[in-house]
Design a protein around this ligand. Sequence first.
Ligand code: NAD
Ligand code: MG
Length: 384
Amino acid sequence: MKNILLLGATGSIGQSVLSVIDQNKDLLNLYAITLDKNISKAEEISKIFSPDYIYINCEKSFSKFNTESKNKAITINGSSDLSNLIFDDNIDIIISAVSGFAGLEATAIAAKTGKTILLANKESIVTAGEIILSSAASSGTTIIPIDSEHNAIFQCLAGEKSTNDVSKIIITASGGPFLDKKLDELKNVTKEEALKHPNWSMGSKISIDSATLVNKCLELIEAKYLFDLDEKFFELVVHPQSIIHSIVTYRDGSSICQMSNPDMRVPIAHALSNERRLNINFNEINFSGLNLSFNDFPEDRKKLENIAREVCNKGHSSGIILNAANEVAVDSFLHDEISFSQIYDVIYRTFDTTPMSNINDIESIYEKDIESRMEAKKVVKSIS
Ligand code: NAD
Ligand code: MG
């Protein structure tokens, strides 16, 4: 039996993880969960899975949590409780599924534990890739990606001795809800249209990132760190059906891909499996009549891709600036302060104006994040 700590249990990835655990109760135990505010969902989870600990990040929600519905769980709150929980010896697997930069705190601690991390929170790698991977290497922490593209690459590399024989890795992108639209046709799209992803059902931040294609750019940076390869190895390709999640091409001409219908339980189940594959109830691909297509990453979003490549090459504060600019821009769009296409303006201008600096510890990441958010908010104010 493996004991699981699920960070961000009430979110979209959290729900997919719970579904996999529910179908494999003889192998997997939900030992503890964390969440921000959604206490009614936490009560539901507690009734079904009886976790030992529930960490509630938001102080107000923590004090409102109904103790009668918490089952046997001990409810906790505050940074030291979170750190003690992550280091709890009973935990085997930590699933990092908080949304955005807020996921960094717990992921950075988890990287020091020597346990196994299943990583969905790409923002922690974009902002702190060097620090997290070096902590993981020195503590013996294993990181298994559950972002579908990275899990696909991980599966395509299985059995290879190293990445020395890889000639190219294609990261596929669905293209999001505005697949057929040029950037200059996106000025007046609404929140509702932007949040409606054709293939995946996800949290609001990543849904907007998929619509802008920022998600793919964050994934390029995530891949560079997780697989320790130069950005030049990675190509971004639009694949509207979201059936092939990524492709690894080797120098002998073989290309290996991983396929499934778009369902996050597939990469999660893979990452949770131990020697044998887990059983989950999902829709298998119907191959007869299946048409797959691939297109170049759109030319009018190349500037975004180039920024992501620059982040891969420069490291240090560049990923923090890109991530903060994007989070401020997405939040401003969701609060009707800027239009959809102005998200790009906020990112480009913040990235241009915020000075780069060397980053050697987590504290300086937080400082740079605050500075970059202030710069991004100035841009929002100047254009809204
Ligand atoms: P979501 O918004 O649906 O859920 C976020 C979860 O994080 C919620 O449980 C929320 O309560 C919790 N949370 C927020 N701040 C917190 C804090 N400070 N402490 C503890 N918990 C906190 O987000 P999501 O769509 O599930 O995405 C989660 C992460 O997974 C993101 O980094 C996203 O990029 C990545 N991801 C998501 C998908 C997907 O299909 N949804 C796919 C690939 C990668
Ligand atoms: Mg992805």
